[in-house]
Design a protein around this ligand. Structure first.
Ligand code: ATP
Length: 901
């Protein structure tokens, strides 16, 4: 049975009409729809009616294709309507078919025109099944036009139903696809949007971060500057306060002196001003006289003029002379000239004759007054100021008055051009004005002269001829004046002078007291230092553990952070820590500041090296938080430009040995151990070898602690000892903390056994010198330690806390001291509270960022100071030493000489 492919599906259950039947159908349908074939309908449609009448549907593929390809809506509806009318197409499926067709067509249009890509994307072509449109087109091309295929009604119906189903399915699929596409699009756009937003956000976030960093740097800079300024301001403030205090004290002292002086001063000033007033009054009266003389002269001149006119007339009339008038005029003129001379001399400062006083006597009088005044001026500061102010004010007034006088003179010159009738009145006004100004000017000039003379202590020179009577009169007045000065008014001046002198004396006394104070302070400090020194020696003799505190300088990191210094030194023995609750003072045996060198530090500790050689157990150890300067103190810097206690000790040991080699025979043995993660390690062997080595802490019969299993190597020079130390340093554990500082993560214990034999008596001494660089105490959280580092930190803290417990127990003199709690305390047993001289270095940071650690360390070290050791010399007599030697030789199978026994 032949099958049809339709829309990619095989159509089964359809009947293909036999060829004969088809041909008959073709023949019997010549022009069935001739009228309807207006829109170019195919021939198939035109030839249908006959068969339709026989209840047979147009079942050819061509028909279906036609229906599918064209827009048959109106045509087919007409056609179907017709069929309905004829009752052939009765199944009621026309509208259904139409709808399907319409949907199909619209879908086809959508597929072919608008969404070619989507079609290919969403519905991949099956390789062997062509798409509907292609297939139909192919068939159009391939199928001969005269070929007819008849499909039975049932098959067609089924086919159409299937098509409809397909279409519905397809529609729903496409709707889904559209929806999916829309969703995809939405998601994609959303993603795009989010990506863009993310990109923008990241870009701006980066920018913001960079800006923040810059801002942070600036802030740090500003903060650092602020801190510096604050410090400077503080210093300035303290200086200012000190100055203010001093000023207040001086003011206080001056106040009651100046009150007395004020009174005396006003009296002196009154005296001066009354003297000056007298002079001024005299000048004024002289000037008035002069004025009167001038007026009189003017009147006489007028009279003369009148009489001239009269005389001329009379002469003309009678010829008599004007003898009387002339004589009077001469007298007047003479008196006027005299007055003018007096005045000018007075103004020039050198009056020939003043009020009947001769110049030499006048000079003496003036000199006496000026001498007294100058004394006051020179010795009393307030008086000096007052005088200077007065002189300045007076100078200004003189300048003003001179200006006025000049302007009056100018007016006088202009008067020459004024009408003679007006001239008289105006000249009178001007003259009176001139007189007032002249008096004023003289008054101030005299005052200025007096002030200048007082200031410089000189007497103005007066020239001119002097009569005998004048001299006698003046001598009399000078005497009177001097008497007045001595017995009466002048006493005030004396008081002023004595006040000034007292002031000077007081100042000198103050200076002396200050110097004495300074000396006293120096003596006190020296005394205190000496007392402490002796105290230290006594404590040393008693065997107390001595604690030195060393303050390191601020590190670069701390300076960069802008940390403040909170540790200061009161003296060589007291350190003060500024805490939020106020300053706390701690006392130690010695304080070393940043100004102290490695040499200073070693000098203080070198006495103990001699003790070790003398047969004592000596322990020097450094304690402090990480980075506080323990290694710097014990070992020095990495380049060994500033060697610490350990290398210096090596050198010193052999220096002492060399100094005593004629009297003693020495043997130096060294062992170097590390306590890392609660494990003792011999540093003379590599870490890999050390793993298999077991070291145990033991005590010998004398109670001296030693590490069994650790090598002790002999050194015959400082160089050898140093080489041994370098060898051990290479095997040490160090790590970098968060602060990026190379940090010791283990406790370093260097034990130097010093054996000496007295060549004179054969006695043996055994000293042990323990040099310990403890690992840094630290807070794990602060250093950011993790894993191995955290383990290290825990182990270090555990050992240090065990050390703290031992210290507490020893300080409180408890019966049980928990030495055995940790290997560190076990090792240090004979150094702490044992048979030892112990020196502890407490290293601290001066910065506020380490306040907590510094405070803890200071408290810790304060407790250590309370411990008393019982230092004893490890010595054996010659006999014991010899017996030991014999026993040793016997044990080792050597021959024993009689002498030995
Ligand atoms: N007195 C000092 N003068 C100058 N620099 C010092 C002084 N003390 C310490 N330093 C410097 O401070 C830094 C830290 O010192 P150091 O390594 O000695 O500390 P530490 O306490 O031994 O640290 P850790 O416990 O981590 O080993 C070093 O760079 C050191 O040079």
């Amino acid at each position: 049975m032949p099958s049809l492919n339709f829309m990619g599906r095989k159509l089964r259950n359809h009947m293909v009409a036999p060829a004969a039947k088809q041909r008959a159908w073709e023949r019997s349908s010549p022009s069935r729809c001739a009228d309807e074939n207006k829109g170019g309908m195919s021939r198939i449609v035109q030839s249908q009616p006959l068969l339709w009448a026989q209840n047979e549907l147009p079942g050819s593929i061509q028909d279906l294709r036609e229906e599918v390809q064209h827009q048959p809506c109106n045509v087919h509806s007409t056609h179907l309507d017709q069929e309905n009318n004829t009752g052939v197409w009765k199944c009621g499926g026309a509208s259904w078919l139409r709808k399907s067709r319409m949907k199909w067509n619209s879908f086809k249009r959508w597929m072919s025109s608008d969404h070619p890509i989507e079609e290919s994307n969403t519905r991949p072509k099956e390789p062997n099944v062509p798409s509907v449109s292609t297939k139909v087109r192919d068939r159009e091309d391939d199928t001969p036009t005269d070929m007819k295929i008849f499909i039975p009604y049932d098959s067609a119906k089924l086919c159409i139903t299937q098509i409809a189903d397909d279409m519905l399915a397809m529609k729903s699929r496409h709707l889904e696809m559209v929806q999916e596409l829309e969703e995809n699009f939405l998601i994609a756009s959303q993603e795009n949007q989010e990506k863009t937003v993310h990109k923008i956000r990241t870009y701006y976030q980066n920018k913001l971060n960079a800006l923040k960093r810059v801002l942070h740097l600036y802030q740090e800079k500003v903060e650092r500057r602020n801190v510096l300024w604050d410090e400077k301001i503080k210093i300035l403030q303290s200086v200012n306060e000190r100055l203010q205090d001093e000023q207040k004290a001086l003011q206080e002292r001056n106040r009651h002196d100046s009150a007395t002086w004020e009174r005396e001063k006003s009296k002196i000033m009154e005296l001066f001003s009354s003297r000056l007033d007298q002079l001024h009054n005299h000048q004024a009266s002289t000037l008035q006289e002069l004025q009167m003389a001038r007026t009189e002269m003017g009147r006489v001149q007028e009279m003369l003029q009148n009489s001239k006119e009269h005389q001329t007339k009379e002469c003309v009339d009678s010829g008599a002379p004007l003898e009387g008038a002339k004589a009077r005029l001469e007298v007047l003129r003479e008196s006027l000239y005299k007055k003018e001379r007096e005045l000018s001399m007075l103004i020039d400062g050198g009056g020939e004759v003043l009020n009947g006083v001769a110049p030499s006597a006048y000079t003496r009088l003036l000199a006496a007054v000026i001498r007294q005044a100058h004394l006051v001026y020179a010795e009393v500061t307030e008086a000096k100021q007052q005088f200077d102010m007065m002189a300045e004010g007076n100078r200004k007034t003189i300048a003003d008055v001179r200006n006025k006088v000049t302007s009056i003179q100018e007016i006088q010159t202009d008067m020459e051009y004024v009408e003679p009738s007006n001239r008289k009145d105006q000249s009178e006004i001007i003259t009176s004005d001139q007189v007032t100004q002249a008096v004023d000017l003289q008054k101030h000039e005299v005052l200025q002269l007096a002030l200048d003379c007082i200031k410089m202590g000189v007497t103005p020179t007066i020239n001119g001829p002097v009569s005998e009577d004048d001299v006698a009169a003046l001598d009399e007045s000078v005497k009177k004046f001097e008497e007045n000065f001595t017995h009466g008014d002048v006493s005030n001046l004396e008081v002023g002078k004595s006040v000034g002198q007292q002031l000077l004396l007081l100042q000198a006394e103050l200076k002396q007291i200050k110097e004495e104070n300074k000396k006293m302070t120096e003596y006190y400090t020296a005394e205190r230092t000496l007392r402490k020194k002796y105290y230290n020696i006594v404590e040393d003799m008693k065997g107390k553990i001595r604690v030195f505190c060393r303050i390191r300088p601020q590190t670069r990191a701390e300076l960069a952070k802008g940390s403040n210094t909170i540790v200061s030194c009161l003296d060589d023995y007291s350190v003060i820590l500024e805490t939020p609750r106020g300053p706390r003072e701690f006392q130690f045996d010695r304080i070393f500041t940043t100004e102290h060198t490695q040499d200073d530090v070693f000098q203080e500790s070198s006495r103990l090296i001699q003790s070790a050689i003398d047969g004592f157990n000596v322990c020097i150890f450094a304690y402090g938080q990480t980075g506080s300067g323990k290694t710097f103190t014990m070992l020095g810097d990495r380049e060994q430009k500033n060697p610490g206690i350990i290398p210096r000790t090596f050198t010193r040991i052999f220096e002492i040995i060399q100094e005593n080699e004629t009297k003693f025979e020495f043997k130096v043995l060294a062992s170097m151990l590390e306590l890392y993660n609660d494990r003792l390690q011999d540093l003379f062997v590599s870490p890999s070898e050390a793993v298999s080595k077991r070291i145990e802490i033991k005590k010998d019969k004398k109670g001296l602690v030693f590490a069994q299993g650790a090598e002790a190597k002999e050194a015959t020079s400082a160089g050898e000892l140093f080489a041994l130390f370098e060898l051990s340093s290479a095997n040490r554990h160090i790590s970098a903390t968060k602060m990026n500082i190379e940090s010791s993560r283990s406790h370093l214990i260097i034990s130097i056994m010093l054996e000496s034999r007295n060549l004179a008596n054969g006695s043996m001494t055994f000293g042990k010198l323990n040099l310990v660089d403890l690992a840094g105490s630290e807070r794990a959280a602060k250093t950011g330690a993790k894993d191995d580092q955290l383990k290290e930190a825990n182990s270090i803290n555990k050992s240090l806390s065990a050390l703290g417990d031992v210290i507490s127990a020893l300080a409180l003199e408890q019966a049980h001291v928990p030495y055995r709690n940790n290997k560190l305390t076990q090792l240090m047993q004979d150094s702490l509270g044992g048979n030892s001289k112990t020196l502890m270095f407490l290293n601290i940071s001066p910065s506020d960022c380490n306040l907590d650690e510094t405070l803890t360390s200071l408290i810790y070290a304060s407790r250590v100071k309370a411990i008393t050791n019982h230092a004893q010399k490890n010595m054996e007599s010659k006999e014991i030493a010899q017996l030991k030697e014999v026993i040793f030789r016997l044990k080792s199978g050597q021959a024993v000489e009689e002498e030995d026994v």
